[in-house]
Design a protein around this ligand. Structure first.
Ligand code: RUB
Length: 319
């Protein structure tokens, strides 16, 4: 049994060595696959028990990205339906492979559909570091449509540096700005494109802290705010009124380890915020581009969560 793959993956995700909702999902799926292949379970029940324990460990690593429980659920679905040990082992392998393959294909498709939304000679603003959003911007650049991208710094973890590197590597002109300069530059921008960690059934978008301020500025300046999201970023249980937990991270991320704060001061470091659907113009997925009000239909018609699925699933410990 290879518990190393589990502990290392869990640590990589919680410490953000692996970060970004899509990458987190694929890494967890691969870890479950590798862990399952290393088990020497003698019975189906034993195998399922071990796999469910592994799912719980991975599920607990970062609370906000719904891609993580959605990936785990996809991979575990075949295991839970299997009638023999061999069937469960094969299902685990196949479901994980399928999830990873489809996830990459989804980002590629989103790049095409996002590029179609980008006008000629476009100036775009983006926030944080989203593979899906960046893929769309790069695809539009390949079509000769991008003049410039404004990329924010993304305090406190500075994911903006990853974004400017990716855009620069693709040959795109970039203006790097501090987060608080977003409103000042908004009039120069044609549209904003970000990724997301979770989309609620009412179309609200959960993404890196600061996203909602940028969406508000875009709304004020009447600039389209576009979200690039694989369909596994939709959060089925929000249909039932469940909220997306917002991850709060350490004070050290904000002030460093050396600084001593004055008395009576605490640091508050939420990693994500919620952008209301009224400030979201379009959600681009691999199956098409939708208004946020279409979110419940994606959850029902594409992800297959109907009433009976919710009832059956209510006992799942990792979702
Ligand atoms: C990353 C972040 C990204 C989304 C979407 O936050 O907010 O915008 O995860 O990314 P963190 P992707 O750095 O805290 O993980 O499109 O790559 O899934």
């Amino acid at each position: 049994m290879n518990t190393m793959v589990l502990t290392k993956t869990a640590d990589d995700i919680s410490s953000m060595r692996v970060r970004g909702a899509g990458r987190i999902a694929r890494t967890a799926a691969a870890a479950l696959q590798e862990y399952g292949a290393s088990l020497d379970s003698k019975t189906l029940a034993e195998f399922i028990t071990e796999m469910e324990k592994a799912a719980v460990i991975l599920r607990g690593t970062r609370p906000t990205a719904v891609s993580l429980p959605n990936a785990i659920r996809h991979v575990m679905r075949g295991v839970q339906k299997a009638e023999t040990l061999v069937e469960a082992q094969r299902a685990l392998h196949d479901c994980a492979t399928e999830f990873i393959r489809d996830s990459h294909a989804a980002v590629d498709k989103i790049a095409d559909i996002t590029a179609r939304q980008i006008p000629d000679d476009a100036v775009i603003m983006t926030h944080c570091n989203s593979q899906a959003a960046i893929a769309g911007i790069i695809r539009a650049h390949e079509q000769g449509k991008v003049r410039e991208v404004y990329a924010t710094e993304v305090r406190p973890r500075n994911q903006g540096y990853l974004t400017i590197q990716a855009l620069s590597d693709a040959g795109i002109s970039v203006s790097f700005i501090v987060d608080s300069a977003a409103r000042m530059f908004m009039p120069k921008v044609d549209q904003v494109i970000t990724g997301t960690d979770a989309i609620m059934s009412n179309g609200a978008v959960v993404n890196k802290i600061g996203t909602s301020q940028i969406a508000l500025c875009a709304h004020e300046a009447r600039k389209p705010f576009i979200v690039a999201a694989e369909t596994y970023k939709f959060a089925p249980r929000t249909i039932l009124g469940e909220r997306i937990p917002i991850e709060w991270r350490s004070a050290e991320e904000v002030i460093g380890s050396e600084r001593v704060l004055p008395a009576n001061v605490t640091v508050k470091n939420p990693a994500f915020d919620v952008t209301p659907p009224a400030y979201v113009d379009l959600i681009v997925t691999e199956i098409g581009a939708f208004a946020p009000s279409y979110a419940p239909f994606i959850i029902r018609d594409h992800l297959g969560w109907n009433i009976s699925e919710f009832q059956k699933d209510y006992t799942y410990s990792y979702y």
